[in-house]
Design a protein around this ligand. Sequence first.
Ligand code: KIV
Ligand code: ZN
Length: 388
Amino acid sequence: MSVRDKLVIFDTTLRDGEQSPGATMSVSEKIELALLLEQLGVDVIEAGFAIASPGDFLAVTEVSKVIKQTQVCSLARAREKDIDAAVQSLLPASNKRLHTFIATSDIHMQHKLNMSRDEVLDVAVRSVRYARRFVDDVEFSAEDGGRSDPDFLATVIEKVIAAGARTINIPDTVGYCVPHRFGEFIGEIIQKVSNADQAIFSIHCHNDLGLATANSLAAIECGARQVECTINGLGERAGNAALEEIVMAVNTRQDLFPLDTNINPRGLVALSQKVSEVTGFAVQPNKAIVGKNAFAHEAGIHQDGILKHRETYEIMRAEDVGWQGEQIVLGKHSGRNAFLSHMQALGVALDSAEQVEQAFDAFKRRADQGQPLTDQHLLHMVSQLTLS
Ligand code: KIV
Ligand code: ZN
């Protein structure tokens, strides 16, 4: 990668994210999240699967009414009835995209669709052509693309681009791919497609093996310029690639990914918390970027390093993704330096070496009990000591 390109961030929290069992969102919740996603700077909001239910149809329509800049997208299988519903649902949108898909892997074509390769190719091309009668920006997804035969996949892609698809998405629908191979696979497909320069290549990775972010990044290194992802990695089964992880990996490793996104990372934590509140899905404390411990240093050696020079143990700054306040947590692994610096910040003066020893010893005994130590606990603890 030599020139700076843009990486399109396609958020599907409201569609694939909502497919997470138990994560159903009301129309008003979707509107609220869509406004926050627009504020965050995502390029595309996939608001729903219009034909799936009247609620999904309504959600796409209502989101289309309030979102002014960001592109709003509606999903449709490669069928006229689905495409008609998606087109109708997007009527109020100022900037719209229609996303149609059909599976291209042999296992899906044989056992799910009961269609031959030629039939799938024909339906894919006809669907894209049909969708282009109503919407300029059409995306085509080759479902289970990661397990598809590369020659057949390249043929389908070449033909749907010729039929008018502007974005070609190659999903790892079942989260089966592994990073090195997936990156090579995407690069190989782009090479094989003679009209590849007429479309943006996209990936959409599921997290069944915990590899969704790694697979997405490998594909980006090999030429993908749109990534489909969700806040907190919400999504079908084990979820999708997490938006916050992709964005911060790209921002932090500009040496590997010299790409621009429109995302303002300072909004990541607030949006993560909102999605968690709306869906009732707690964010695990050690979740990268948005987990409450993601920037919390407890180990004494780490705390000491951070106090001397932040970059010893910090590759990103907590405040840059929207965290506020102190990220050093006092616990049984903390050292004297971090303890003293924290007590100083609380306005507690420990004047002699004996006082420091007494207070530090009391702190360690308390921390050993395994409870989290808040500032109130610490202040109470020193007030109980008769400092010599
Ligand atoms: O996982 C998948 O393949 C999808 C497609 C509809 C893009 O969600
Ligand atoms: Zn998906």
